[in-house]
Design a protein. Structure first.
Length: 313
């Protein structure tokens, strides 16, 4: 029996997530899409109706009315709103997958630390788009050798950065930096985001720098990165390493190296195009990661009964 879910927030991310679940998930079924506008004023709610999905127009109150039908709730609103909603989800016994930078629950990157986080919480945070893209690469290096410093630069098309992204820039950098350390394993992390207004819009591109001991085996790092890339591609098909880990040998590397070296790699994320354009890989990786996490929740819940004590259908 599929695990029943609701999406709170029928904007671009919530709507793209809905289509991903409808198109390619056998284990998750969307029961309800929740917003705050009349259905005729919301493209996302109208899309849900067209897919035969129930909608609610009264925000969290609409969710409360149908909580006994739901196991998982996807939060696709904003950091501030999720901070208000999280205690309600907990009281309702719903497993929350948070696509905002709120970080109420632990950071989760499905390919890196899902098993470690699952079971200890009813609320997991999907970090940020840049975090989902780059934390796995820092982790891949760190499992070969200690990452003294990890830095990511995420460049996304300005057109793919909506009001929520723009309002949460500070949260993005803080959350991603923290994720590079606590999930990726870097001793120190730094995150930078760039909104590129180029026309035509660019694909999401990310650069990752890791400072490691000069004795590190580059081949071992490349093998580790290739393995994590393959795992991520199982739930983010458009994820691709474009430059494998390479030693920075220029004099102006920008780091006090001593006996260390800097490994640089780049990656690109192309969206699947279900609802959003392919260049919006920054949004696509969030919805794909959220679905990947939800499918892992459904798999691990197995025959143990409804999640969090939610009543049977």
């Amino acid at each position: 029996m599929p695990t029943k879910a609701a999406i709170v927030g029928p904007g671009n991310i919530g709507t793209d997530l809905m289509y991903k679940i409808v198109d390619r998930s056998d284990s998750i079924e969307i029961e309800r899409m929740i917003g705050i506008l009349p259905t005729e004023e919301s493209d996302g709610l109208q899309a849900a109706v067209e897919e035969g999905i129930g909608v609610g127009n009264n925000g969290i109150e609409s969710l409360k009315e149908h909580a006994d039908e739901i196991d998982i709730v996807f939060e696709a609103t904003s950091a501030g709103i999720h901070e208000q909603h999280a205690p309600v989800y907990e009281d309702l016994g719903l497993f929350a997958i948070d696509l905002t930078p709120a970080a109420v629950g632990p950071y989760v990157v499905p390919a890196v630390n899902f098993d470690e986080a699952y079971g200890d919480t009813q609320n997991i945070n999907m970090v940020t788009c840049g975090g989902q893209a780059t934390i796995p690469l820092v982790h891949a290096v760190d499992r070969v050798t200690d990452v003294e410093y990890g830095e990511m630069i995420s460049t996304i098309a300005s057109k793919s950065a909506g009001p929520g992204t723009r309002q949460n820039i500070d949260k993005f950098t803080q959350t991603t930096s923290s994720g590079l350390e606590h999930v990726g394993g870097a001793d120190e992390g730094k995150a930078i985001i760039v909104l590129n207004p180029a026309e035509p819009p660019i694909m999401m591109r990310n650069t990752v720098h890791t400072m490691v001991n000069e004795s590190t085996s580059i081949e071992a790092v490349r093998d580790s990165v290739a393995r994590i890339e393959a795992e991520i591609q199982t739930y983010v098909p458009g994820y691709q390493i474009t430059i494998e880990p390479t030693v920075r040998d220029d004099e102006n590397v920008g780091f006090d190296l001593d006996d260390s070296i800097v490994l640089t790699m780049t990656l690109e994320v192309e969206g699947e195009g279900q609802y959003l354009p392919p260049y919006a890989g920054n949004l696509d990786i969030m919805t794909s990661a959220a679905l990947g996490a939800a499918e892992r929740v459904a798999e691990r819940s197995g025959d143990a009964g409804p999640l969090g004590g939610v009543a049977d259908d």
